[in-house]
Design a protein around this ligand. Structure first.
Ligand code: GLC
Length: 722
């Protein structure tokens, strides 16, 4: 990596102890503590909550240290800074990368105005286990969707010039495979094959590194027994050497110190020297300073210089040497009207219509009951907003403000948690006096995010009982789910004919939900993760292997039908196949599921050629897959066309399908529009790991392109690679 003259000069002037100071970021809530550490050479800090406080500490770095190297100011800007956007999993559900980019740009502008120069986002961990609370921070189960949304977020954060007033350095995290912890328990062991590492978990990181992400964060987990903070093969071998990543690899909080309980380090010096040797550049927590002398005699000087050069280059690209201070007159400390409008549109567009019997949009109803704990809650922000974000209003407040003509009753009935159901009778009575009921239920924000794995994914507390008793009144009702993860809804979903997933929608969630309820915005999002029927199905995802014995029917144990003999139920069809004896096949709702308020007709798709050679593909040739879609309804709506590839015969068991392209488009009533998708090497290939290093290959043979508005409604076009 070539070093600027400034970096080379600084490196030459820095003694090892000062170099080590540049390789740490530390959180210190008190100014004096942070200032003292900076005087001692600390190179990066966490945001001290304002431009003025940031400038005060930056002045210590620039004016009170020997070389005056400015500090990086890091923060978890995960889905907004002052104006909170929908959680990343919701943003994924929008299937709208340009929206995700806009949201990240808003977050970056607000964050940089306060002095933040480095965010620990986007999280691009593919996750297929909704017990894991951090699914809320990522983009779901699919490699392509995660890669596209990760790229969009990096573009939004970094813009065209990191030195710009609205740019912050992005960090792709958590490297790598953090989203597949055993048991869905955060921080737990990960053991995935090279085949899955390459084709699933590394791919989104390769994408965002290609997009120019300034940093990558190491993950807490092990991969095949090697803690990622000491995993030289992946942090250096793949990320830096194979991919040529020029940026900074930062540790997760105390991730280096955690090598001790991981059981691979004798002491802190051993842990820190293993981490730096493995390719970590910046430690988060301050451990190295505790063992500076011993550590410096253990670190290879060239590795030390490489790490420092990466950090200094990042500071240079952020423009910190030339203008280290934030403007204290331009700090954005509260949402603007434009920001509110953007996150409101985003929250509505991220909503997913699971079912709709026509009760939505609500239309002209005279008497509406809002029930459930989300009726009068302001807890819409979701995980990782760290109290910097503007508060949200209640749905009741938003609804009444929008429809003063409607007689609105607000009877929550139950809390989010706890066994108190004494409020349900009042809700039932209010329902009987209403024309329609909106049941606003879900997970409070605290039940998802870091260290928030759940073993039971049903609605907590007595919320399910509330749904059942509202259903029992016979009054038309809608269920709105606010959640940070897929939920198990099988106990009540058949009682509800209209269900919307609103996720945790951020600062303007309440207004957005009202927009969806009233039909002002089309809830045409799609599920970025499968919703399991049961926790027992997990991990469950659509891009699974077919197995040698795929089942076509599921199990259903019941006394009258199961002839329980020596070998178990005799009547289970296709007995010796991959299924559960006691559960229907497949998820409750699959990846890509959703619809909207408009209806669409798809014409037969066409492919510009039915075959192509491997050599043409290697030369960059692509085929064009076209699809005409007509809006057959009387209202404007969004269609989300998804394109999946089925590699019919491959050298390794292929996934039954995998998403390779998608587009969401607004179509006026009665209008027809043509979707075009490029199909080439990137869409048809996969990583073959029997080569060293693994090679991205397209194998000859038959491919089937499936395209449609959901996984269940696709048409197929065949393609042969010769
Ligand atoms: C946390 C998270 C990581 C975050 C870091 C700094 O433990 O794992 O995602 O960026 O610490 O807050």
């Amino acid at each position: 990596m070539n070093r600027s003259a400034r970096v080379q000069k600084l490196l030459a002037e820095m003694p090892p102890a000062e170099k080590l100071g540049q390789l740490q970021i530390v959180f210190r809530p008190r100014h004096d503590d942070a200032a003292e550490l900076i005087r001692e050479g600390l190179g990066s800090i966490f945001w001290p909550r304002s431009a003025a406080a940031t400038n005060a500490l930056q002045r210590v770095a620039v004016e009170e240290t020997r070389l005056g190297i400015p500090v990086l100011v890091g923060l978890d800007v995960i889905h907004g800074q002052r104006t909170i956007a929908p959680v990343p999993l919701a943003q994924a559900a929008s299937f709208d990368p340009s929206l995700v980019e806009e949201l990240a740009a808003l977050a970056a502008a607000e964050a940089r105005s306060g002095g933040v120069t480095w965010t620990f986002s986007p999280m691009v961990d593919v996750a297929r286990d909704p017990r894991w609370g951090r699914v809320v921070e990522g983009f779901g189960e699919d490699v392509h969707l995660t890669s596209v949304m990760g790229r969009a977020m990096v573009r939004g954060y970094q813009g065209d010039d990191l030195a710009g007033r609205h740019a912050i350095a992005a960090t792709a995290k958590h490297f790598v495979a953090y989203g597949q912890p055993e048991g869905g328990r955060d921080y737990n062991a990960v053991d995935v094959s090279e085949h899955r590492l390459r084709n699933i978990y590394l791919e989104p990181f390769r994408a965002v590194v290609d997009e120019g992400a300034a940093a990558v964060m190491a993950s807490f987990n092990t991969v095949a027994g090697v803690p990622m903070h000491a995993n030289r093969r992946l942090m250096t071998g793949v990320l830096k050497d194979e991919w040529g990543f020029p940026g900074v690899v930062v540790g997760d909080a105390e991730g280096v110190r955690n090598l001790l309980p991981h059981g691979i380090a004798e002491d802190l010096t051993d842990a820190a020297s293993q981490a730096f040797r493995a390719g970590l550049d910046v430690e988060m927590g301050g451990a190295p300073s505790e063992v500076a002398d011993a550590l410096l005699s253990a670190i290879d000087p060239a590795r030390l210089d490489d790490a420092v050069a990466r950090v200094l280059a990042l500071k240079e690209s952020l423009g910190l040497f030339d203008s280290p201070y934030a403007s204290e007159t331009d700090e954005l400390t509260a949402p603007t009207d434009a920001g509110r409008a953007l996150v409101r549109r985003a929250a509505a567009r991220s909503s997913v219509l699971l079912k709709n019997d026509g009760t939505l949009p609500l239309g002209a109803r005279a008497r509406v009951l809002l029930t459930g704990p989300y009726a009068d809650s302001t807890d819409h922000l979701g995980a990782w907003t760290q109290s910097f974000g503007a508060d949200a209003e209640t749905i009741a407040g938003a609804f009444v403000a929008r429809r003063p003509d409607v007689e609105v009753r607000v009877v929550p009935g139950v809390d989010f948690l706890g066994e108190d159901a004494s409020g349900i009778p009042a809700a039932v009575a209010a329902a009987r006096a209403s024309d329609v009921v909106v049941v606003l239920v879900g997970e409070p924000s605290a039940l998802s995010g870091e260290a928030a794995s759940r073993s039971d994914l049903r609605l907590p507390g007595r919320q399910e009982q509330l749904i059942r008793e509202i259903a029992g009144t016979g009054i038309p009702f809608v269920v709105v789910l606010e959640t940070g993860r897929p939920l198990v809804v099988s106990d009540w979903i058949d009682l509800a004919e209209t269900v919307v997933v609103a996720w945790h929608g951020g600062t303007e969630a309440a207004a957005a939900i009202v927009d969806v309820l009233l039909g002002d915005v089309d809830p045409a999002g799609r599920l970025p993760m499968s919703w399991p029927r049961s926790v027992g199905q997990i991990p469950i995802h659509y891009a699974h292997e077919n197995t040698g014995r795929p089942a076509t029917t599921g199990g259903s144990l019941s006394a009258e039908t199961a002839d329980i003999g020596l070998h178990g139920p005799a009547n289970v069809a296709d007995k010796y196949t991959s299924k559960y004896l006691d559960l229907e096949l497949g998820p409750e709702f699959p990846f890509g599921h959703g619809s909207g308020y408009a209806t669409f007709a798809h014409a037969p798709a066409t492919l510009s050629a039915s075959s192509i050679s491997g050599a043409e593909l290697d030369g960059g040739a692509t085929l064009s897959l076209s699809l005409e879609v007509a809006n057959t309804s009387a209202r404007t709506g969004d269609e989300v066309v998804q394109v999946y590839v089925e590699d019919v015969v491959a050298s390794v068991a292929p996934p039954v399908r995998r998403l390779v392209a998608f587009e969401r488009r607004t179509i006026e009533p009665g209008r027809t529009t043509q979707f075009e998708f490029e199909i080439g090497r990137d869409q048809l290939g996969f990583w073959a790991v029997d080569a060293a290093p693994p090679a991205f290959v397209v194998e000859p043979g038959l491919f089937r392109l499936h395209l449609g508005a959901t996984l269940a409604s696709t048409q197929a076009v065949d393609l042969r690679v010769v």
